[in-house]
Design a protein around this ligand. Structure first.
Ligand code: PMP
Length: 417
């Protein structure tokens, strides 16, 4: 009998039969509040009727158009439509299927455009699992252990993760910028550096928002040295943080923006956006793929963007995000094992630490398992997997947030009993 490879690790024991809105249901009809959203993907809620209708319609017309062979309307319409939400000037798009592939596309573009070899990334960053993207990932050695050698030419600077260092944000920001300069003096010369990749909020690395001064400093150095600044908005995009793009909280402008996850409500679709001038430096035909920009995925994305706009999901993410983080902070106040609660919008992480400040992975894992037993699906993140994260669909209501917080409180009580 064939079976699934043990290399897959499943975070919960749940078998899902169907899903609707913020809930998934097992074959016996038991419902679970899904505060994972398929790792931040199903922003419009599971099986939103408008997405389902768009997908059905498109599937009956054209499923696969193959963008290096023939062009199709959903891809052209999506490109035009994304222009209404992307930062000004990032008006040229390339599509792929996953976040990792889009990260690879950004990496190739930056190298071809600059003719330089090296890349700078930050501690705690996650950019994907393909060998190129895994080479840029610093959110846990579990994403690269045993795969070496990874891609050469990647240099790492600290991220202003204040809680990790035991500092305030100002001190952490000073440190991170000083070390970035030191890296350019000791590790990779600016003229050898093609790109800096950064997430506005560390995602897999522990739900750590950047600071405004840090990102402004990164932008300034990219400008000074002619380095391409790539913002990985795979997890933070499409309203997740309570603004359309995570970087809007910090007032900076990317040269390349990577998009995926929330774009198509669960259909595999990703992309990079850049200025026409920068994108023109990529060598024609140097990128592509069999499935990129799939017609049904594009139709799902068009419906997703309409739902985000019509249902004011970005505002809802901001409002429910405040409710969620306030509630999570109350749970932390009653449970000293949760040392820090942080996030932006509907990206909220609770970091578990022992009395000595050391990561408490075991209690975090117990809390996550207890939450699933209570009917609340959650994931962990962070280098030590000791941060429990909440990323519900953006359609979540105040009542659903309150319900999740009650289950979370009960789960933490179970985990610490
Ligand atoms: N970048 C970021 C910021 C992500 O959060 C992820 C996925 N968690 C990726 C890239 C990789 O995306 P994918 O899993 O679709 O390859």
């Amino acid at each position: 009998m064939t079976h699934l490879s043990p290399l897959l690790k499943q975070a919960t024991p749940v078998l899902v039969d169907r899903a609707e809105g913020v809930r998934v249901f097992d074959p016996d009809g038991r419902g679970f509040l899904d505060f994972t959203a398929g790792i931040g993907v199903t922003s419009t809620g599971h099986c939103h009727p408008r997405v389902v209708a768009a997908v059905r319609e498109q599937a009956g017309r054209l499923i696969h158009g193959q963008y290096t062979t023939v062009m199709h309307r959903p891809l052209l319409e999506l490109t035009e439509r994304l222009g209404t939400v992307l930062p000004a000037g990032l008006d040229t798009l390339f599509y792929a299927n996953s976040g990792s592939e889009a990260v690879e596309a950004a990496l190739r573009l930056a190298r071809q455009a600059t003719g330089r070899p090296n890349i700078v990334v930050f501690d705690g960053s996650f950019h994907g699992r393909t060998i190129g993207a895994a080479s840029l990932t610093r959110s846990g050695t579990r994403f690269s252990a045993g795969f070496a050698p990874l891609m050469a030419g990647v240099h790492t600077a600290p991220f202003p993760y204040a809680y990790h260092y035991g500092w305030d944000e100002e001190t952490a920001t000073d440190f991170a910028l000083r070390e970035l300069d030191y890296l350019f003096a000791t590790g990779t010369a600016p003229d050898d550096t093609a790109a800096i990749f950064v997430e506005p909020v560390l995602g897999e690395g522990g739900y750590v928002p950047a600071t405004e001064r840090f990102l402004a400093g990164v932008r300034e150095r990219a400008d000074r040295y002619g380095i391409v600044l790539v913002l990985d908005e795979v997890q933070t995009g499409f309203g997740r943080t309570g603004r359309y793009w995570g970087h809007e909280h910090f007032g900076i402008r990317p040269d390349v923006q990577v998009i995926a996850k929330g774009l198509a409500s669960g259909f595999p679709l990703s992309g990079i956006a850049a200025s026409e001038q920068l994108m023109a430096k990529a060598w024609p035909g140097s990128q592509g793929g069999t499935y990129g920009g799939n017609a049904v995925a594009c139709a799902a994305a068009l419906a997703t963007l309409s739902v985000i706009e019509d249902e004011r999901l970005v505002d809802n993410a901001a409002e429910q995000g405040r409710r969620l983080i306030d509630g999570a902070r109350k749970v932390a106040a009653a449970n000293p094992v949760i040392g820090d609660v942080r996030g932006l919008g509907l990206m909220v992480g609770s970091e578990f630490t022992g009395a000595d400040g050391a990561p408490d992975t075991a209690t975090a894992q117990r809390a996550q398992a207890a939450a699933a037993a209570h009917g609340l699906l959650l994931l962990t993140c962070g280098a030590y997997s000791n941060v429990v994260r909440m990323i519900p669909p953006l359609v979540v209501t105040g009542d659903e947030v309150d319900e999740a917080l009650e289950l979370w409180s009960a789960a933490v009580a179970d985990a610490t009993a």
